[in-house]
Write a protein that binds this ligand. Structure first.
Ligand code: TRP
Ligand code: SF4
Length: 549
């Protein structure tokens, strides 16, 4: 039994989630500019809170909440830094990110970077998965090392799928990924259960996380399978796997339901590091709020120090006591520390903290620091390095001494597609989604019978225009059918809201395009089918045919 068996159990990452229509964005509205339409899914009723649950039914009523509540950043703010952004980026389908800048920078400078995502083989791949396939492929085409993995351990432990079912679905995911343009000679495909290096790394990462933490993040409890927990550390290892050879910026394209995994992975990546690098102002330890106050006190030294070249901690304490409006307890604690340090000079420095270093590595770091330095039990202060140089040095010493030197992984988040029947897109409601394996004619029919954002009569539509941003059919145009052609997507949008486009014709056009897409896609899948055994991935698990439950 898993903890999540109360949830529908055949959902894949980007199903069963609500979202508003795909808002068209002006191509020039890049740097935080105004999209033509608001991008919040405010019409989803009943949910005023966003929950992100990788195995449950997350509800996303309002994407803006993800920024405020979880600290996901708006993609628009980095868009202008991305060379030749993908249409999903330009159209706001990719709406959020964590720390994407290092990836964009690597792309611009032709430096190494990687993209990785994983797929739980729980059903047929559908047009929601296509978004992630496209994102991986695009990063590969931009010069990144691309990885796609089959999350078979997770499917078995968290969803209870049998190995036979997993094998069949895994093959279908891979065929679609390849048909859409993934280059297997340049990229890496693997399944979790077959990747020894991932399993070893998962074990190491597991030593940095405990049960209370998984409980807090994922709501695990005493009933949770141990294998389910193992699938979490396995995913952590997947996410860091591209950095095993060398640390590099790595982006994980996913739906926002996977964000809890990203937060944990970023934490674990930092916890594995040998050394932390921070700013400091005196021999004592300070947290980041205290450091801000110390920086202010240092910058104001002319005002209070007898010798401004040599301000004393005690003098800074007096000044802070009198002058600084700040959170009272932070101020109190820093003033106490400064008082205690008394005559010690207040002097900026870069501090290396010993987190996970071996004695040998700690000694090696001391050796490697040029210029003035001061060595303590658990840290080293250095006075002639700037922050970036210190980071670089810490990583180099770590790598030279057998550490990983991980960079925190980045992520990008795409919107969930609305179901064709309105509401959720769910693999348990065939009419709500289009499988990449659907017969092209069925694809045509599903589009033809989709819900629209149209008005009740043609007259009303001509007068008021359609509601394109509440229309699942418009979403199909924006997310898929227009491909790279922004002008076409915009034309559909403008004609719709301007009342020139009526739903009958609009759906007919979309249905034909969908039929065509499925035909082409399946033709390419068939070509790859013959070449599957050339791939470096085993599609037959030789495991006992049990299910996880
Ligand atoms: N948990 C993901 C899902 O629900 C699958 C997955 C496994 C994954 N490992 C990953 C996603 C690494 C991104 C990166 O589908
Ligand atoms: Fe949707 Fe097209 Fe109708 Fe507009 S015209 S509401 S885009 S189906």
């Amino acid at each position: 039994m898993t903890t999540d068996d109360s949830h529908h159990d055949d959902a894949s990452p980007d199903e069963d989630r609500r979202q508003s229509g795909g808002a068209w964005r002006e191509p020039d509205a890049r740097s935080g500019g105004n999209p033509v339409l608001p991008d919040g899914g405010t019409e989803a009723e009943g949910a005023d809170e966003a929950t992100l649950d990788p195995w449950g039914s997350s509800t996303i009523a309002d994407y803006r909440k993800l920024f405020e509540q979880f600290g996901i950043e708006e993609f628009d703010e980095v868009l202008s830094e991305v060379p030749n952004p993908h249409y999903l980026m330009r159209r706001g389908v990719i709406f959020g990110h964590r720390d994407y800048r290092p990836v964009a920078e690597a792309m611009r400078n032709d430096d190494p970077f990687a993209a990785l995502s994983g797929f739980m083989p729980t059903g047929d791949p559908h047009i929601g998965h296509k978004l992630v396939f496209d994102e991986i492929i695009w990063h590969q085409q931009q010069g990144g090392d691309a990885y796609a993995l089959i999350a078979d351990l997770e499917a078995h432990s968290a969803r209870g799928l049998s190995w036979d079912e997993i094998d069949e679905h895994a093959t279908n995911y891979l065929l679609s990924l390849l048909a859409l343009g993934f280059d297997p000679d340049e990229g890496t495909l693997y399944r979790q259960s077959d990747n020894r290096a991932v399993q070893d790394l998962a074990f190491e990462l597991g030593a940095e996380a405990n049960f209370s933490e998984l409980q807090a993040i994922y709501d695990f409890d005493g009933e949770t399978d141990v294998s389910h927990m193992q699938s979490v550390v396995t995913q952590m290892a997947d996410i860091l796997y591209p950095q095993l050879d060398e640390p590099k910026p790595t982006v994980i394209p996913v739906g926002p339901d996977q964000d809890p995994h990203m937060r944990l992975a970023r934490d674990l990546a930092a916890r594995m590091r040998f050394f932390g690098v921070t700013e400091a102002f005196a021999s004592f330890e300070a947290d980041s709020v205290e450091r801000t106050l110390l920086r202010q006190a240092y910058d104001a030294r002319e005002e209070y120090a007898e010798d401004a070249d040599r301000p004393r901690c005690g003098e800074a304490a007096d000044w802070l006591r009198d002058h600084q409006p700040a959170p009272a307890d932070a101020r109190q604690s820093v003033v106490a520390k400064l008082d205690e340090a008394g005559k010690e000079p207040l002097r900026p420095r870069i501090r290396f903290l010993d987190r996970n270093a071996t004695d040998v590595a700690f000694e090696a770091l001391i050796e490697a620091i040029d210029g003035e330095k001061r060595v303590y039990d658990e840290h080293i202060d250095t006075f002639d390095l700037d922050h970036a140089e210190a980071e670089e040095l810490a990583r180099q010493v770590e790598l030279d001494n057998g550490g990983y030197g991980f960079q925190p992984p980045s992520s990008i988040y795409h919107r969930f597609m609305t179901g064709l029947t309105g509401g959720k897109m769910s693999s348990s409601i065939p009419a709500s989604h289009i499988s990449l394996l659907d017969d092209p004619e069925d694809g045509y029919d599903k589009v033809k019978s989709a819900t629209t954002g149209g008005r009740s009569t043609a007259e009303e539509q001509r007068e008021k225009g359609g509601k394109a941003d509440e229309c699942p059919v418009y979403e199909l145009y924006a997310y898929l059918l227009s491909g790279d052609d922004d002008e076409f997507a915009k034309e559909v949008y403008d004609e719709c809201v301007g009342g020139e486009r009526l739903c009958g014709g609009c759906k007919e056009q979309a249905a034909e395009l969908m039929e065509q897409f499925l035909e082409d896609h399946q033709e390419k899948r068939a070509e790859w089918e013959d070449k599957l055994d050339e791939l470096d991935i085993d599609l037959d698990s030789d495991r006992a045919p049990t299910s996880a439950d």
